[in-house]
Design a protein around this ligand. Sequence first.
Ligand code: CMC
Length: 433
Amino acid sequence: MSNETLTITDNRTKKTYEVPLFKGAVRAMDLRQIKTDAEDFGVMSYDPAFMNTASCQSSITYINGDKGILRYRGYPIEQLAEQCTFLEVAYLILFGEMPSETQLKDWVREITHHTMIHENIKKFMDGFHYDAHPMGMLVSTIAALSTFYPDAKNIQDAQVRRLQILRLIGKIPTIAAFTYRHSLGLPYAYPDNDLSYTENFMSMLWKMAEPKFAANPALARALDILFILHADHEQNCGTNAMRSVGSSFADPYVATAAAAAALSGPLHGGANEEVLKMLDEIGHVDRIPAFIKQVKGGKGKLMGFGHRVYKNYDPRARIIKQAAEEVFKVTGKNPKLDIAIALEQIALHDEYFIKRKLYPNVDFYSGIIYQAMGFKPEMFTVLFAIPRTVGWLAQWQELLQDPEQKIARPRQIYTGYEKRDVVPMAKRTPCKN
Ligand code: CMC
């Protein structure tokens, strides 16, 4: 619309500028024309932590944080979680449309074809210390794949990109399972290509001496649903890392490793592990009020609560709660569930959390399910990284095909010294450090 503009008056010069609005946003570069004189650099936008800055246009994932809506390519997460498999959703996220029956069959075959990893990767993983954190192993091993597939550097070739996407989605469960076996000192279990994506992952985790691992179907389905819920979440910290590193035309393995590194932080995907630690620390329902008081007093956070975008309810948390019931029918209830539910209830009725619109996020209940399934807390973020690889790769493809994108390179507001001269060593006084 022609009247979709903003009029800005620069009170320093009294000049007025008309700036177009693009899909409700101001292009930051349009501010640069606002100058006090020809020498002036021009106005910049300042937005630490991207609180109000769109870094790209994307057609992959839609979130309405106020209404608690999440859709992949237009499809509500609730429908996808109920009716689809993870690899079906992966196809949707990557290619934009639901696969036909034949397309899905081919897609599953292609991914399955890439589940094996080079024996040298296995040797590489052997080098990790016995108590290495699985996320550290995962991040490093994904990066190491770059050295095994030098062809991946040819990121402008669509066929080459497709091959790396297949490799990454195929191999990440294998690497993830190997990190688990390594931390337990168990021999690695190789992929079983007769099994579904999730069943094969479970087989690589838990297969012992039996010739074929039979996953419990309810647990395999629950894991598949959890994978669907974690597959993409638009421009979160990890995805931003993927896009930022990918914008330098680095290969997808190192870019994915960077995204996984971002995910590992406790404010992001690492929160699921922290939730379990927190529930352990609380220990009993009776101790919740004291814990909440501590959080409100600024000592620590209620992990698994709060979200930059969701200010109503994280729809993934609601689906996870349902999946938890199915899992507990098989495994028996995780005793931590009572503490988590009581904690959620108290927090949801507390002025501090209401005022700040803090609700349970995806990480609040996922760890409780994972633990009931038999995972150690250190594995939880690895379980997040497996499906999120799909989202990272879809966002990476979108980035490379977007003619507006360039190398990501923010500006800064310099707050340091003006020019000063080096003082000879003999004349220096010790500084505080
Ligand atoms: N517990 C207690 N207070 C909180 C929490 C929390 N979990 N989260 C936010 N707040 C407070 C925060 O202290 C601030 O208070 P005040 O206005 O008095 O300073 C206010 O709420 C706004 O928080 P913010 O830190 O400005 O919000 P943000 O958008 O920068 O951070 C967040 C979002 C997810 C990092 C944050 O809510 C948090 O640290 N949550 C706990 C970690 C967590 O569960 N992370 C998983 C996120 S969802 C999955 C994922 O992204 O991987």
